[in-house]
Design a protein around this ligand. Structure first.
Ligand code: NDP
Length: 489
């Protein structure tokens, strides 16, 4: 059994002034239908499921559940729109529609931020300053490419792939919708998007914007449902391309299902990023980078820096500073502008985090948790650090997807490269050092799609993102993000 550190003596009722963002004038439709062929329509069977606010477990809305026949209808609408309108449209015209979507999202940014935080549990500061601005930035960026594909692929003609089925997760709901929809539209494809079951609401608001932007019917279809709906989309014979972000397990199922069909696919799956701190790093900045790396969005981040490697000579200092900083994090109401860590997205995810923390303790790791007081209703987890862990611990090898950091030490560059690469994943990583040469040495040797140097969790629409090994295949973002949506002739 692992040792439990004593929490420092901080008064949990410490005095900061709550600054809640008002949700009074936010309109959430109590009933959300499927968005197919430019219209909101009920599902064939008329089934609905609930989406709740994970911060208080209160119901927010009912959402229509699509079955096979609804998927058929959406694919048919997308196919007709592709054949008759979108693939034939002048690319500059397509670009104008995408610009319009970007601008409308900017105009309604506050509404989107509040709904994203209510439906998903993430702090308003993050949805307001990171998620939603990046959403419009993605649409702006890909709108720009629509009529410049000949420069993206010189000497080749980029032909759209056709109908894309896009399945997204719950950790960055609207941002993942933008990552998927924007490049697909810019290259002349039509789409059917399925948000995750626990976070459908901002995608349904996006459907309103798509209507408002007057996009031709069927170019974007948004349907909801569980894994079964996603599977029906993947297996549909008239779909040409699958874009999936989610768990490695479902990613593997998708690979099996598309094998031999000729469908194109991109998979953005899990991660277990190494954040590496060398003794010559600016320690205070590195500590902020570690905190951001693991606690951003409650750790529900595929590229979270969930494995920390600290050079032995500075380990005591870094760990002590980390514990102090962790203690100062504010956990609570996602709509409060002071909040650093919001609610865990679902009961299922909370149970998974608890299971892994239990495993960590049983495997002999030492646990350190913030003494913050957690709200009684809703799904919450205190920020947690594990020390005394080794490479074989499950909390080091497996993706937890929560605010839980596992810390190891190292002595040499070669040692940390070997340890960092000792994972089935390869999505992201971080290196903190004063020496440029060391940055290049480490970044060349770490097998991950993204490696940040002296920073962490920085995203930009111009920059490709994606993984190696069990973290998936294909890239989203940047010029590379156009490639999965075109055939070059
Ligand atoms: P899933 O992979 O199950 O969900 C991702 C999306 O795929 C959701 O829209 C989901 O629908 C859908 N889906 C589920 N099953 C299928 C299927 N057979 N075919 C097609 N689509 C399907 O992830 P979970 O939400 O279950 O999370 C489990 C774990 O996955 C997390 O704990 C985390 O470790 C990891 N994860 C990684 C993410 C990443 O960004 N890389 C994002 C989310 C999770 P529905 O929501 O209805 O189940």
């Amino acid at each position: 059994m692992g040792k439990k550190s004593k929490n420092t003596d901080v008064n949990p009722d410490w005095s900061y002034s709550p600054a809640p963002e008002s949700a009074d004038h936010i309109q959430i439709n109590k009933k959300n239908d499927l968005f197919i062929d430019g219209k909101f329509i009920p599902s064939k069977k008329g089934n609905y499921f609930e989406t709740i606010n994970p911060a208080n477990e209160e119901k927010l809305a009912d959402v229509a559940e699509a079955d096979q026949s609804d998927v058929d209808k959406a694919v048919k609408a997308a196919r007709t729109a592709y054949d008759k309108v979108w693939s034939k449209m002048d690319p500059a015209e397509r670009g104008k529609y995408i610009y319009r979507i970007a601008r409308l999202i900017q105009e309604r940014a506050r509404e989107f931020s509040v709904i994203e935080s209510m439906d998903g549990g993430k702090p308003i500061r993050e949805s307001r300053d990171i998620d939603i601005p990046l959403v419009s930035a993605h649409f702006f960026y890909y709108a720009g490419w629509a009529d410049k594909l000949e420069y993206a692929f010189p000497g080749k003609k980029a032909v759209p792939v056709g109908v894309a089925a896009q399945i997204i997760p719950w950790n960055f709901p609207l941002l993942m919708a933008a990552w998927k929809i924007a490049p697909a539209l810019a290259t002349g494809n039509t789409v059917i998007l399925k948000p995750a079951e626990t976070t459908p609401l901002t995608a349904m608001k996006l459907a309103e914007i798509i209507q408002e932007a007057d996009l031709p019917p069927g170019v974007v279809n948004i349907i909801n449902g569980a894994g079964k709906t996603g599977r029906a989309m993947v297996e549909h014979p008239d779909v040409n391309k699958i874009a999936f972000t989610g768990s490695t397990d479902v990613g593997k199922l998708i690979m099996h299902s598309v094998a031999g069909t000729g469908k194109k696919y991109t998979l953005e799956l899990g991660g277990k990023a190494a954040n590496i701190i060398f003794e010559d790093a600016a320690i205070d900045q590195a500590v902020e980078g570690i905190i951001d790396g693991i606690f951003f969005n409650q750790g529900h981040v595929c590229c979270a820096g969930s494995r920390l490697f600290v050079q032995e000579s500075v380990a005591d200092t870094v760990i002590s500073k980390l514990k102090d900083r962790m203690e100062s994090l504010i956990v609570g109401d996602p709509l409060d502008k002071n909040t650093d860590i919001g609610a865990i997205n679902s009961k299922m995810q909370l149970d998974k985090i608890k299971m892994y923390v239990d495993i960590g303790q049983k495997e002999g790791a030492s646990i350190h948790q913030s003494s913050c007081r957690l709200p009684e209703k809703g799904y919450w987890y205190a920020p947690t650090i594990f020390t005394d862990v080794s490479q074989s611990h499950r909390i080091v090898q497996e993706e937890i997807f929560g605010p839980v950091l596992a810390i190891q030490t190292f002595r040499t560059v070669d040692e940390v490269i070997t340890k960092a690469n000792n994972t089935p994943y390869g999505l992201s990583g971080g290196v903190w050092t004063d020496k440029g040469a060391k940055i290049f040495q480490v970044s060349r040797a770490i097998r991950s799609g993204v490696l940040w140097a002296n920073t962490f969790n920085k995203f930009d629409p111009t920059s490709p993102f994606g993984g190696y090994k069990e973290s998936g295949m294909g890239r989203e973002g940047g010029l590379e993000g156009l490639m999965p949506y075109v055939n070059l002739v």
